[in-house]
Design a protein around this ligand. Structure first.
Ligand code: ADP
Ligand code: MG
Length: 668
């Protein structure tokens, strides 16, 4: 493909959007379209979107409030009438002169009043019709971007080849790729736009499935597993020993896993269920089964503190049993580490719980047959693969606290079997979530002081660690300072973030766990964390900056003990979409519903943890709305992968090989 000429400034602006070459540019799709039609002002309905063109009749008057907010009014007239225009937060319109020509798009408020969403000196004609809306940053103006897009497409006539095999294009009656790109970036009418979208959306899904299925094949290499021999009654006895009864879903999960372990095909199973549904116990039962079969198992957790919690729980659960459990993490001293590694290598250790330290080179198991990954979305595909290489034909169990509907799970997780836990024990505990449309602690401080006085502890979550260029985002350092000063010893405030040393973090969390401190100001490092039974309050600054599943996970940190929880989502955002999203968290406590919304809004990349995996993203396709297409493209991909050497599949083959080549560069 030919590259377009770019000034260094534009090259940088594109790079910031993740666009490094022309191929990436033409695949940068609009996230929505606007369809603007001219209507006579006499037909305007209140609250509808309208467009009007005219000359500025009066000098703009502006009122500022605060440092970054302003409102500005002026009159715009044409030969038909005069309109009163309101513009929010765009102070530079102050410099408009009487007589300037202007086109305004906005919401009609009645009585000739319009609140502008877009104003331009261009003629109205240029704005009419279907306009793609791209997600751009300040440094790139939509008009410039469209110009670059046009250059790129024109320059590459005849260079843009087909990706989809001919048989597939025939099957669905798809137009060629080059045409489809024009239709999506420069739509003429709804119908041809839709046709273009259909082709490229399918291609996204198809690419994804090819990559996914190919990877899976590589990882598993279709190898058989070991049939493990053990007495299932022993496992039931262990269950009877627990201080609680397993839920129906937990029992079902254990049964699924036992069946897999006993079969001679290698297990590849995902165990998904909401925060607190009790996946860990299920995992321990699986590890016990492997112990009974005379082999080793390991569990990898994303943080040291979580690994330690699992370790403590395992020790408790296997008290009085002859099971040897070890904890492996990078904080061990050299001598401790040597000892742990030796026992693992000799097979004296049955169960190993650890962090990423588990897949380092010097860790050798004597007979590793089950590998469990907790909070799997926190790990890259590559990390999991490295661990898998430690066990020959070991069974694999992945655990996820972002549960998604079954049909989607089958589609998005490729060839994994999926077990879902839908019940949550102790689910009666309540968390009240409140949305505060102000990014200020003071808005909730009265409520909070009362709760703190009743013996509750509190998490305060911020999106940033330090004040960066974007000063509107709260950061943990400043918030920590401010709260410490504000409470002035009345409550003990502590600080936690990912740039602190492992020991330091441990110390802080341990102190919070023992209620030596009352308030923990933290980044999302607490998303997966230990249970602190008095921590029943959570305040989240800039809540609009977090994904829904992430907010749900964070909120899952509170109300782990006997008392009710209180979660406050703070935001300054006035964006209707953002507020609607947050309302989902306020109204729902069901992880399934929340991840469903999240998938619909953001796509699976972040949520299911393969953003860094090199798998392609969905920019046009929506896994929820386009579920049927997602499934049919998967079947097609499966078919194509079986005939990868056919000439018509050459592009797919090249693509998959290119994924392989890049595999050394994963960010994870
Ligand atoms: P998650 O699925 O989020 O990893 P955990 O495994 O950490 O959840 O379990 C959450 C809590 O619920 C733990 O304290 C665990 O001991 C407890 N628990 C697990 N299963 C049951 C059950 N069947 N009845 C009561 N409590 C349970
Ligand atoms: Mg867990």
């Amino acid at each position: 493909m030919k590259e377009i000429k770019l000034t260094p400034k534009r090259r940088e602006a594109l790079r910031q959007l993740g666009i490094n070459n022309t191929a990436e540019l033409i695949s940068y799709f609009p996230y929505r379209y606007e369809n603007l039609q001219f209507t006579d002002y006499r037909d305007w309905e209140v609250n509808s979107r309208v467009i009007v063109e005219g000359k500025v009749f009066s000098r703009p008057k502006m009122v500022r409030f605060g440092s970054r907010k302003s409102v500005l009014h002026f009159e715009l007239g044409n030969d038909q009438d005069t309109f009163r225009i309101t513009v929010f937060n765009q102070p530079w319109y102050r410099s408009l002169q009487i007589g300037d020509h202007l086109t305004v798009v906005g919401k009609y408020e009645g009585s000739n009043r319009i609140v502008a969403s877009q104003t331009t000196k261009d003629d109205m004609q240029e704005l009419l019709g279907i306009t793609p809306v791209y997600s751009l940053k300040d440094k790139m103006k939509p008009k410039t971007f469209r110009q670059l897009m046009q250059n790129a497409l024109e320059l590459n006539r005849g260079e843009v080849g087909e990706f989809l095999p001919e048989s597939i294009r025939d099957k669905y009656g798809f137009a060629d790729r080059y045409n489809s790109l024009w239709r999506v970036h420069f739509p003429q009418d709804e119908k041809s736009l839709q046709k273009g979208i259909d082709v490229l959306k399918y291609e996204e899904f198809f690419r994804f499935h090819c990559a996914m299925l190919y990877r899976r094949k590589e990882i598993h290499q279709l190898s058989p597993g070991y049939r493990k021999v053990f007495d299932s009654r022993k496992i039931r006895e262990l269950a009877d020993d627990l201080p609680f009864t397993l839920t129906y879903d937990q029992k079902r999960a254990v049964n699924d896993i036992i069946r897999d372990l006993k079969s001679e095909t290698r297990m590849g199973r995902l165990l998904q269920g909401d925060v607190g549904c009790g996946k860990t116990v299920v995992a321990f039962m699986a590890m016990y089964a492997v112990y009974l079969a005379g082999a080793q198992s390991c569990m990898m957790a994303p943080t040291e503190i979580l690994a330690k919690q699992h370790y403590r729980n395992a020790l408790k659960m296997f008290e009085g049993y002859d099971v040897n459990i070890a904890l492996l993490y990078s904080g061990l001293s050299a001598a401790e580490r040597r000892e742990v590694l030796e026992k693992i290598a000799l097979g004296e250790t049955d169960i190993v719980i650890g962090t990423h330290a588990l897949f380092q080179n010097d860790v050798e198991f004597s007979n590793l047959q089950l590998i469990i990954t907790d909070e799997q979305h926190r790990f890259g595909v590559r990390q999991r693969q490295l661990l898998q290489d430690k066990g020959i034909q070991a069974d694999v169990l992945l655990m996820s606290a972002t549960p998604i509907p079954r049909t989607l799970a089958t589609s998005l997780y490729g060839d994994l079997d999926v077990t879902t836990i839908t019940q949550t024990p102790n689910a009666s505990k309540k968390i009240t979530t409140t949305l505060i449309k102000k990014n200020s602690f003071m808005a909730v401080v009265k409520d909070i002081e009362k709760l703190l006085d009743e013996g509750n502890q509190m998490y305060v979550v911020c999106a940033a660690i330090e004040s960066a260029s974007d000063i509107t985002v709260r950061n943990v350092n400043d918030v920590y300072k401010n709260l410490s000063a504000y409470f002035d010893g009345r409550y003990k405030v502590s600080l936690l973030h990912g740039q602190m040393s492992e020991e330091e973090r441990d110390r802080v969390q341990e102190a919070f766990r023992n209620h030596q401190t009352d308030i923990l100001v933290a980044t999302t490092v607490i998303e997966v964390g230990v249970d602190v039974k008095d921590a029943n309050i959570m305040v989240i600054y800039d809540a609009n900056r977090f994904g829904l599943s992430q907010l749900h996970q964070l909120r899952g940190r509170i109300a782990r003990g006997q008392r009710e929880g209180y979660c406050y989502l703070l935001t300054d955002s006035t964006d209707a979409e953002a507020l609607k999203r947050l309302q989902v968290i306020v109204e729902n406590t069901d992880g399934f519903k929340i991840s469903y919304y999240d998938l619909k809004l953001r796509g699976p990349g972040d949520i299911l943890g393969y953003r860094q995996s090199g798998l392609p993203a969905f920019n046009l396709g929506n896994v929820v709305d386009d579920a049927a297409l997602l499934n049919s493209s998967r079947e097609d991909a499966r078919e194509v992968l079986e005939h990868l050497d056919d000439p018509e599949n050459i592009e797919v083959k090249k693509y998959l090989e290119s994924l392989n080549r890049d595999s050394g560069h994963y960010a994870d």
